[in-house]
Ligand binder design. Structure first.
Ligand code: PMP
Length: 368
């Protein structure tokens, strides 16, 4: 399917990983993949003033696939091509390269966008409890989608094992394995970490991120601690995850409940997380995460998902721990439009007893 010209073009595009746009923000980029990364870092105005620290948010929802996971997706595909796990050399009747991944949604969305831009196919395996919008989005992009009941990773019917099995029996395909393939965190060692360092001129006191695969948390922690070991690294964890107790006390013990956040929280220590250099852990109740998500929308202007609210709520807790005047960096992971029927729906919030978490004056804007 690929002529030689297309082949060289593809390699060129996968190697365009970083663009320097500090000097020419208006420069023309070569491709979809070149538009990944180099997101703005913005100081929250009101929330910073209240907290006494500078709460700086990396606008990861501005990546072209709409989330922080575009970075990992690009790195995972690049590695699969570079290490020849899939071949796209021009061969008559060769099967089209297929990327196979288990994902809560955003990595899948990033992968499909990139696959479309490269002429690859993408097969997504996901739990069947994720937001309807993410599934519709993936489907509109042209992904093959297989959904499975949500069962723990230790169960052979977990969607990740299904993805692996499928890739093993499909020619010219690769299971990119975002949870345990450390190319995921490598994306953040090579891009997000350096961007944070450069955008703050090295004046960053702390970072705090929720973790799903742990790629963002681990990658940024590794890069930034290498630059300055005094930078404090905090994990931020939602209800029902083991990471809070793990980073706090070394125990794999779940906090109570389940969370409205999607894409963060873990039941195990992934290979990506094994390298995370974490100093302390923050627990964020759904009430705080939801409250902050609506404050981000109505007071700061950002329409984002609940993991972004959780990150910022955690950053405010970090401000209390570290004291005034610090620069605390976190990220806004994805857009709110993926959660219209959950986070932005009155019925759903009432069902989860979260309606009271939203400042009263903003409740009238909810979808009924
Ligand atoms: N927020 C959202 C909305 C996500 O989808 C994810 C990834 N699943 C994360 C945060 C966490 O990113 P990471 O996998 O790098 O830990």
């Amino acid at each position: 399917m690929f002529g030689t010209t297309k082949f060289h073009y593809l390699l060129n595009r996968l190697s365009v990983h970083r663009r320097n746009y500090s000097s020419r923000p208006d420069a023309v980029l070569k491709s979809f993949t070149a538009a990944i990364g180099n997101t703005p870092l913005v100081k929250l105005e009101k929330i910073s003033k209240e907290s006494g620290c500078n709460i700086l948010v990396k606008c990861e929802y501005m990546n072209p696939g709409g989330s922080v996971k575009d970075r990992a997706a690009l790195h995972l595909i690049k590695e699969a091509v570079d290490s020849k796990k899939i071949t796209h050399l021009p061969q008559k009747d060769a099967p089209i390269p297929t990327i196979v991944e288990g994902t809560a949604g955003n990595t899948g969305i990033g992968l499909v966008h990139i696959c479309n831009s490269l002429g690859f196919k993408c097969h997504i395996f996901m739990p069947n409890n994720q937001s309807k919008e993410k599934v519709e989005y993936l489907s509109a992009l042209g992904a093959e989608i297989s959904q499975f009941p949500p069962v723990p990773f230790s169960d052979p019917n977990n969607y990740n094992h299904k993805a692996k099995e499928f890739a093993e029996k499909t020619s010219n395909s690769v299971w990119t394995n975002q949870f345990d393939n450390t190319q995921n965190r490598q994306a953040h060692i090579e891009t997000t970490g350096p961007e944070i360092w450069n955008q703050t001129d090295g004046k960053v006191d702390a970072i705090v991120f929720g973790a799903g695969t742990g790629g963002t948390l681990a990658g940024c922690s590794i890069y930034l601690k290498e630059k300055n070991k005094d930078i404090q690294v905090f994990s931020a964890d939602p209800q029902g995850s083991v990471l809070y107790h793990f980073f706090k006390h070394g125990k794999l013990e779940r906090t109570e409940g389940s969370s409205i956040t999607e894409g963060i929280g873990q039941g195990r220590i992934t290979d990506n997380l094994k390298g995370a250099l974490v100093d302390d852990a923050i627990f964020v109740h759904d009430r705080e995460a939801v409250n902050m998500t609506f404050r981000l929308l109505h007071e700061e202007g950002f329409f984002v998902g609940a993991t972004s609210g959780l990150n910022v709520a955690a950053a405010v807790q970090v401000a209390k721990i570290l004291g005034p005047g610090k620069n605390i960096v976190t990220c806004l992971c994805d857009t709110g439009s993926k959660y219209m029927n959950r986070l932005y729906s009155r019925a759903e919030l009432e069902k989860r007893n979260l309606i009271e978490a939203i400042p009263a004056q903003y409740r009238k804007y909810l979808k009924p």
